[in-house]
Design a protein around this ligand. Structure first.
Ligand code: SF4
Ligand code: SF4
Length: 241
């Protein structure tokens, strides 16, 4: 791994100022070890030339105080304090576009961020809870119906930037939906029709892959609502877990 100069202290903010709790060094080390133990990690980081190509390609670096180079360097230098700070702040600025894959060293800063985000969620870090708070409704919608934004959510007031035709469409939504060629799309309160069997299968996938445990870490009440809902469905289907 390339050895580079220490990171300037200008990048550090006190956790109190930044708005997340400080934790003992051992806990920060544990979190970093969890990132490094991910099977993908060794393929995402090979050191850093400090060439800045990833920064030039990164759309988030253009609009935020964010740099994929800093992400790669902090991990390459095993800078436990900075990695913790990045997990509480920087990683949520990334749009996961993977333009940084053009790194000449073969690094994947966006991929390292994916792992860091997963560790942040799995450990219920404050940054993960804050970043994902706005998605509770969408998670609920996906997991309870098997689809995401439903047509009846597309109202003029909710989406003013979609133009005046949104209102006209929503007034005759039923008709518009029935005009669609596929029968599973003739729905208004869901994106398309999903059978209970498919919902159960999706739920079992989320359960066995740990997606539901991740939700429990960031939003306990959402997790209990979904669990109750699905328990009923599983019972109806005669499935015992
Ligand atoms: S994946 Fe993230 S870090 Fe990489 S270029 Fe896109 S926004 Fe930047
Ligand atoms: S493109 Fe790769 S080598 Fe260059 S600064 Fe970014 S991570 Fe480092």
């Amino acid at each position: 791994m390339t050895v580079t100069q220490p990171m300037p202290s200008v990048y550090f903010k006190s956790p109190d100022v930044a708005g997340y709790p400080d934790v003992p060094f051992e806990e920060k080390q544990r979190l970093f070890d969890e990132v490094k133990s991910d099977i993908r990690y060794k393929d995402y980081l090979y050191g850093c030339y400090e060439c800045g190509i990833c920064v030039a390609a990164c759309p988030s670096a253009r609009f935020y105080d964010f740099s994929p180079r800093r992400i790669a360097q902090a991990s390459a230098r095993e800078d436990v304090e900075l990695v913790y700070q990045q997990m509480q702040e920087d990683i949520w600025e990334c749009s996961q576009c993977f333009s940084c894959l053009r790194c000449p060293r073969g690094n994947n800063p966006g991929g390292i961020i994916t792992i860091m985000r997963e560790v942040a969620v799995n450990n219920g870090l404050a940054s993960a809870k804050e970043a994902l708070a706005g998605y509770s409704r969408i998670i609920y919608k996906i997991m309870s119906t098997g689809t995401q934004v439903s047509p009846d959510m597309l109202q003029r007031d909710a989406f003013p930037d979609w133009g005046p035709e949104t209102g006209d469409v929503s007034e005759n939504l039923d008709l518009w939906r029935r005009a669609l060629p596929s029968e599973t799309l003739h729905t208004t309160s869901t994106g398309w029709e999903v059978s209970e069997r498919t919902l159960v299968e999706l739920y079992l996938i989320w359960l066995t892959t740990g997606a539901l445990d991740m939700i429990a870490e960031i939003d306990r009440s959402l997790h209990s609502i979904l669990s109750e809902l699905m328990e009923e469905l599983l019972e109806d289907e005669g499935i015992e877990i």
